[in-house]
Design a protein around this ligand. Structure first.
Ligand SMILES: O=C(O)CCC(=O)C(=O)O
Ligand SMILES: [Fe+2]
Length: 390
């Protein structure tokens, strides 16, 4: 595998982001609120970090903070089990998966940081610069989505209130386009009319439509079980807990719709502004490959250190290092009490769902190329076909 690297061994894509991260963020103008079709966008909250993201300059391969697994006493028992055979199995599993991802990356479209679309450019620019934008659905659309999805959210809520041990999947219900065709078409139409699909498509280099929807619920009880007490700033005890990037390949855009009113205490989405441009190809490939593979811990830990980093890293980094402090300093809390639509680049560092009181209902929206979905009868293409069949 060949990755274009700079003199420090950093992948080429992150070279540009280093330069950008070094620019004092305060100089960057905050985007003005702009109305774009049905979607109202507000300015993101704080400025970019004053000193960039506090990158680990000693580390040549990873721009995001790296986990020091050997230093963790609770993992010692796994390290004790590592043999040459386990090391070999770990690589045998990892390398083909990495290679497959690398090949697909070569064919995939790249994010377009300079693209312009005319109407909607203000939002596109804010998205390109910050990696996250907060907006609002039209009140009619919001009411209709809330009414339709509330019963599903209540079912998840009941489950979260009774289970003794809660896994991530317990808080989510994926929705199939064939089962909810009107919902898929309604969400896609609202995002289209609001200019969101234009922004996402320009950024992703190809026309996008709605691929998948999932309802997610987080509660104060679930949060306490997972993270302990949440402090007044909405952060968990381990300050970097749950920091992650997503592991999907393309496109790197995602939308979240709050279905309940979300303020600081209801576990808003949180995003490290500007972090969507930090990882180079090599880092993204390694972290995402490991996330998707879900090798047993012993096998993951048996990988060579260069391959032993993960998309979900926040629980394993040292929160006192400059890299971690940089992420925390640039993290923004994405809510304003009224807005309900979040657009983000999921190559950026993010987390959310630290509920202090009550709960948060939300709808997660994933996208794919319209042409690809039509070929495979997926997503909004499948929903439209299901509607025609009735
Ligand atoms: O719970 C949250 O706010 C985080 C959501 C998230 O990580 C995602 O949608 O990829
Ligand atoms: Fe995520």
């Amino acid at each position: 595998m060949s990755v274009d690297c700079d003199a420090h061994g950093r992948p080429a894509e992150s070279r540009a982001s280093y330069a950008r991260a070094a620019v004092p963020g305060k100089a960057a103008p905050a985007p003005l609120p702009a109305r774009l079709g049905a979607v109202m966008f507000g300015a993101g909250r704080s400025g970019l970090g004053r000193k960039g993201l506090g990158l680990d300059f000693d580390n040549r391969m990873f721009a995001l903070p790296t986990a020091l697994y050997e230093a963790r006493p609770e993992l010692a028992r796994y390290f004790d089990e590592i043999t040459d055979e386990v090391r070999e199995q770990a690589l045998e599993t990892f390398l083909p998966a990495l290679h497959g991802r690398y090949q697909r990356l070569q064919r995939a479209r790249r994010r377009q940081f300079e693209a312009r679309i005319g109407a909607g450019d203000e939002v596109l620019r804010a998205f390109q610069q910050d990696g996250v934008v907060l907006g609002a659905l039209e009140p009619g659309v919001r009411r209709s989505l809330r009414a339709y999805l509330e019963p599903i959210a209540r079912t998840i809520l009941a489950r979260l209130e009774t289970l003794a041990k809660i896994k991530f999947a317990d808080g989510q219900v994926p929705l199939e386009p064939g089962d909810h065709p009107r919902l898929f078409v309604e969400v896609e139409t609202a995002l289209d009319e609001g200019g969101v699909l234009d922004v996402f498509s320009a950024y992703s280099g190809e026309r996008l439509g709605l691929l998948r929807l999932a309802v997610q619920v987080n509660t104060a009880r679930e949060t306490r079980l997972k993270y302990g007490e949440i402090d007044a700033s909405g952060a968990p005890r381990l300050k970097t807990a749950y920091f992650h990037v997503d592991s999907n390949e393309w496109p790197q855009v995602k939308a979240l719709i709050y279905l309940s009113d979300v303020e600081l205490d209801q576990g808003p989405f949180r995003f490290v502004k500007g972090s969507h441009r930090l990882m180079g190809d090599f880092e993204a490939l390694v972290r995402k490959t490991n996330d998707r593979l879900r090798q047993p811990p012993v096998r993951f830990l048996a990988l060579p250190p260069e391959f032993r980093q993960h998309a979900s890293f926040g629980d394993y980094i040292d929160e006192t290092t400059p890299g971690a402090a940089g992420l925390l300093a640039d993290e923004v809390v994405v809510c304003d009490g009224g807005s309900d639509l979040i657009l983000f680049d999921n190559n950026g560092v993010h987390r959310g769902g630290f509920v202090r009181s009550g709960h948060r209902f939300m709808l997660q929206c994933q996208f794919d190329s319209v042409a690809r979905m039509a070929e495979r009868h997926e997503g909004s293409a499948a929903a439209r076909a299901a509607l025609q069949a009735v």
